[in-house]
Design a binder for this molecule. Structure first.
Ligand code: SF4
Ligand code: SF4
Length: 513
């Protein structure tokens, strides 16, 4: 062994050993977190100096360090990791690790060797002869006895522990009302009783935030119904927090039809609104039918377009979320063009296209997704980014530690107009375990919700588990039958675009607002 690679091995082992010591320590405080970060950075520095692989996209450094193999077992047999996706196009070959999120380019010979391993396990000598040691060290190739599901769960647990040393809640999703001035034909809240928060409940909510928040600025997410239909409640809560010197920033999901120039200004000044997600349905004719406003004279497509401009003028990031299905797809290209013309040059406008729940659940959902990818290419080409992250050409991918808020109960909470806790705005309130007046009323329910549910058998064998959710068992509407087929399609799309030097987020674009 050359002395330089011996030195590399020793330095890497030292960093990995220190990380293990910190990780296994029972005291997870700020110092251990800092030490862990230094070790990770140190190992990364050493590794990058000796890296032989052609990394096309950096992955999650923390996850990579945790799963890295320090020394290869020369007696073992090796197979391909479950969390691997192989891709070939125009004589270029990629391998993507779905747990570390790293994407590496292979030579044709390396790809052939990897494909050979895919067919049947191989001895260590095969790894060595084909120069695949680094792929094995980075767990693209693993020992046949390696328990990857366990490693995945431990990695998530460890990264969550290291990330979550702050005490208290950081994010509050608040429903000031369940009422709405629209009657979207697809709304899942249809039939829900309309309730609006009272001033008394809002006062208690201000106290509750002060009692439960962690030290830094908290994040408020306004959701509904239509949250601006109860703007007096939002105003009251924001003023209350300001009077108590609680630093906060906020985001909102809205149809935007009630936003005037004055309100947009207040949203920026008093509500500290940084990001607004505006739900649209494509072209004006589709929007009018689908939103089905109670008062279309006052609330309509043109008013919403004007509101988007007011928000952009205030420097607020507007994310247009465009819902599509088979009926409005064909008018989407003209709609995208219209958005470009209306808001050309807007610095803080992004747009992403999603299938409606019904289309996603249908047998033809893959067709809809293919169309969405085509439309997404079009919007990018005419200059409307999908997300803020997508604007960053160098951004690296991260392992999802929390798929959603229901998976992050100790840091984030949903509060209904009556002050009742819920773990997800999409799930029925019967999941509640308490309220802002009495705190936790059912320890049993709380514990059950805090415990990560057992992973379904199909998911446990699925390569996409690290980027997916184990929640569908609990009634998550985000789950759909063709989930795996969709993930394949999406991965191929990301890798195809990467080869064209377009840095697409490897995660879903439906980022949390
Ligand atoms: S929900 Fe579907 S895509 Fe996700 S891990 Fe389970 S089987 Fe795989
Ligand atoms: S709908 Fe599913 S994925 Fe979304 S927040 Fe609720 S439980 Fe999580």
């Amino acid at each position: 062994m050359k002395s330089s690679s011996l030195m590399q091995k020793m330095l890497l082992q030292l960093a990995a050993h220190m990380m293990e010591m910190v990780a296994s320590s029972t005291k997870k405080n700020q110092n251990s977190k800092r030490l862990y970060t230094y070790c990770t950075a140190f190992a990364y520095f050493i590794e990058s100096r000796y890296e032989k692989l052609k990394i096309l996209k950096q992955g999650d450094n923390g996850a990579a360090k945790i799963i890295r193999k320090k020394t290869l077992n020369e007696q073992a047999e090796y197979r391909l990791s479950l969390y691997i996706y192989l891709f070939a196009e125009n004589d270029r070959y990629l391998i993507r690790h779905l747990l570390t999120c790293e994407i590496t380019e292979l030579t044709e010979t390396e790809m052939q060797a990897v494909q050979q391993i895919q067919k049947a396990p191989v001895p260590y000598s095969f790894i060595k002869e084909n120069g695949l040691e680094q792929l094995a060290e980075k767990r693209y190739i693993v020992e046949t006895s390696y328990n990857e599901l366990k490693q995945y769960q431990q990695t998530v647990f460890l990264l969550k522990t290291m990330a979550g040393s702050k005490k208290g809640l950081g994010s509050y999703t608040i429903l000031p009302t369940t009422g709405c001035n629209a009657r979207c034909v697809y709304c899942y809240e249809e039939g829900y009783a309309v309730r609006t928060m009272t001033i008394e409940t809002a006062d208690r909510l201000i106290d509750f935030i002060c009692e439960t928040k962690h030290d830094d600025a908290v994040k408020l997410r306004w959701f509904g119904g239509e949250p601006t239909a109860a703007s007096h409640i939002i105003r009251h809560i924001c003023k209350g927090l300001q009077e108590r010197n609680v630093p906060f920033k906020s985001s909102m999901v809205t149809n935007a039809s009630l936003i005037t120039k004055e309100l947009a200004h207040e949203m920026q000044e008093l509500w500290h609104l940084q990001k607004v997600q505006v739900s649209l349905d494509g072209a004006k004719e589709d929007y009018t039918i689908r939103k089905n406003y109670f008062n279309p004279e006052k609330h309509n497509y043109d008013v919403v377009m004007q509101a988007v401009q007011f928000l952009l003028d205030e420097g607020i990031h507007v994310q247009l979320r465009v819902n599509v299905d088979f009926d409005n797809l064909e008018r989407m290209p003209a709609f995208i063009q219209e958005m470009q013309e209306r808001f050309s040059g807007a610095e803080h406008l992004t747009m992403y296209i999603v299938p409606l729940y019904q289309a996603e659940q249908s047998d033809r959902c893959i067709e809809v997704y293919k169309e969405i990818f085509r439309l997404t290419d079009m919007q990018r080409e005419i200059g409307i980014p999908q997300s803020e992250k997508a604007k960053d050409k160098t951004h690296t991918a991260h392992l999802k530690l929390n798929f959603c808020m229901a998976d992050n109960l100790k840091k984030s909470i949903v509060i209904t107009p009556d002050g009742i806790f819920n773990n997800c705005e999409h799930l029925p309130e019967k999941n509640t375990w308490g309220n802002i007046f009495d705190g936790i009323t059912s320890q049993e329910k709380y514990k059950e919700l805090c415990t990560t549910p057992e992973i379904d058998k199909a998911c446990a064998e699925c390569p996409f588990l690290p980027e997916c959710t184990p929640f569908h068992k609990k009634g998550c509407p985000g789950y759909f039958k063709k989930c795996r087929e969709y993930r394949c399609l999406r991965t191929e799309y990301v890798l195809h675009r990467l080869l064209q030097a377009v840095n697409i987020e490897s995660d879903d674009v439906d980022e949390e607002i």
